[in-house]
Design a binder for this molecule. Structure first.
Ligand code: E4P
Length: 217
């Protein structure tokens, strides 16, 4: 399973990248706004900076909701760097635009996926990635992981090339279960990525080893 970091914060992207396990970055308008990035030029520069920091796919989301505006924006974003993946919302015009991008060699990430039907449509349109939002499904009282399992089965049976990108990750368990259920990619905030490092027995064991090592000196 590939690891993407889900943030537009450069310090966090650098920290995750220094671990040596990062395969890409996802952003969305909320994450960009959180960093105070505003205006077309600043947004484009921020994407370029991220692309220079990380060797891997960088999802850049369009703001338009009509076919023409999504295609126009996506073309500009795709030209910023070869690693840009155009992130398109799961709406009717979004699907039409994903098909257009597919036919024109531009890679896409279909975002805001909450059902298997939506994911099937995006895969049929040729999306490079589909992003089911696990945490938001859980927040609504449903089971986000069930959707990952369902998509994993469908995509295997149907031989779809589209990759399942588990998004809206809230905790370490989400990451482990996404791996267990066959997600191709997991995009996570920095905290759950670092959370994977932790186990109290590791801390206790290391403290004992360090203590005993003093006896060897
Ligand atoms: C990533 O592509 C999504 O935009 C993101 O994971 C959404 O996460 P959230 O539900 O925590 O906002």
């Amino acid at each position: 399973m590939k690891f993407f970091i889900d943030t537009a914060n450069l310090a966090q992207i650098k920290e995750a990248n220094e671990l040596g396990i990062l395969d890409g970055v996802t952003t969305n308008p909320s994450l960009m706004a959180r960093e105070g990035i505003a205006g077309e030029a600043a947004i484009q520069q921020h994407y370029k900076t991220i692309c220079e920091l990380v060797e891997g796919d960088i999802s850049a989301e369009v703001l338009g909701t009509t076919f023409d505006s999504i295609v126009a924006e996506g073309k500009v974003l795709a030209e910023l760097h070869p690693n840009i993946v155009v992130k398109v919302p799961m709406i009717k015009d979004g699907i039409k635009a994903i098909k257009w991008f597919t036919d024109n060699g531009i890679r896409t990430n279909c975002t805001l996926i909450f059902s298997a039907g939506q994911a099937i449509l995006a895969a049929k349109a040729g999306a490079t990635y589909v992003s089911p939002f696990i945490g938001r499904i859980d927040d609504s009282g449903w089971d986000g992981m069930q959707l990952i399992q369902q998509l994993s089965n469908i995509f295997t049976i149907q031989h779809y090339k589209t990759e399942i990108l588990a998004a809206s990750i809230r905790n370490v368990n989400h990451i482990i279960m996404a791996a267990e259920m066959g997600a191709h990619v997991c995009t996570c905030p920095l905290e759950p990525i670092l959370g994977l490092l932790k186990h109290p027995l590791t801390d206790i064991g290391l403290a004992k080893f360090l203590d005993d090592s003093k006896k060897m000196q």
